[in-house]
Design a protein around this ligand. Sequence first.
Ligand SMILES: Cc1cc2nc3c(=O)[nH]c(=O)nc-3n(C[C@H](O)[C@H](O)[C@H](O)COP(=O)(O)O)c2cc1C
Length: 406
Amino acid sequence: MKNLNNKNILLGITGSIAAYKAAELVSNLIKKGANVKVIMTKASTSFITEKTLECISKNSVMVDESEYDDSFLHLDLSKWADIILVAPCTANSLNKIISGLGDDLLSTSCLAFKNKIYLAPAMNPNMWNNTVLQKNLKIISKDKFEIIGPDYGNHACGDVGYGRMSSPEMIIDHLSKSLGYGELDGVSILVTAGPTREPIDPVRFISNYSSGKMGYAIAEYARDLGAEVKLISGPVKIEKPDKVLCIDVETSMEMYDQVISNISDCDIFISAAAISDYRPSNTLNHKHKTEDGELNINLIRGRDILKAAKTENSKVFAVGFSAETKDIKKNAKLKLKNKGIDMIIANEANHQKGIGFESDNNEIIIIDRNEIIPVPMNTKKELAKVIVNKIASKFKNNALKIKNAK
Ligand SMILES: Cc1cc2nc3c(=O)[nH]c(=O)nc-3n(C[C@H](O)[C@H](O)[C@H](O)COP(=O)(O)O)c2cc1C
């Protein structure tokens, strides 16, 4: 299972005898589908060569920032990375990084990195038990740093105790679990995204402001957690996600047909598309010309795709979206009940606030029969993580209840 697919991993290697294990680590990360860039501290270059890591990572290995034309290399690398992992991490680098010091490319990249940093210590047992180091470890923010290992065992110097770097296999396992990758292994998910277009005549249609960004972010993150994802998308201007089966549709009727023909073999259905509730009862075969006079369009209700999907496959964990302009919570709860679905993501469609349709940001409320969770404004990519993690845990709980009831 390539559960680190397309993840950008910035690997820091520091001056420990365990640096030789970094070659295997890079190779295994790449086998898991990750893109790896390596930063070495100066001290680490006497334990393993840059050439070895360049050949394995297929990227140039960076040591000294001053050797590069890019004057903001540490900032660019910290923006490129999804994950920073320092393995092996010496006592010196551990103390430095967790204290927020920055005097080389690795520590400055860590300082500039916004997400959690993973550190795999490797050192002699006395160094690991050093009171200053242990005191520093006690006060680190758990949101900012996660320590992997170290293991107990024999050391190159002959001492025995804690301080051995965890094996590359254990480090990758820890990383994947901590990031939730593999959480949805074997689960098949159908996601809809984007708007629909309801034709009036060959050149005009009725549509809405949906950009598809929320549904695409959900599909990508569900894929990252190991799910088999199918994405049925209305016409959008964003790039198709990698390793997701994409089906393009235009109209709400096409969306309906595709959902119904794909719903039976899926475990979770997430309806993030802004499907037109109304469509013209009649589509003109020829363009309505201005000289033809007024154009009266009779709009009829479209099919309720979410309800139909849940009826077609009652076992599916169905999640809907509810974009409201007023009484957000009340309307969303009503929709949850009326459609017989398992969860609803409510949000306000508000152009002034820069949230909802078209925007990169949103502010949501996750509602199911047991809880109401308001999630403050964030990027759609970050919100997708919160939504999918919540769905994954509810879906697993449901599956467990069904299993226990048998
Ligand atoms: C042969 C040798 C092996 C070393 N192994 C380790 C080690 O496993 N862990 C550690 O914390 N320091 C080790 N050190 C000390 C570090 O290399 C030293 O503290 C260095 O300044 C670390 O720099 P860095 O953190 O920038 O890589 C070793 C030193 C030598 C000479």
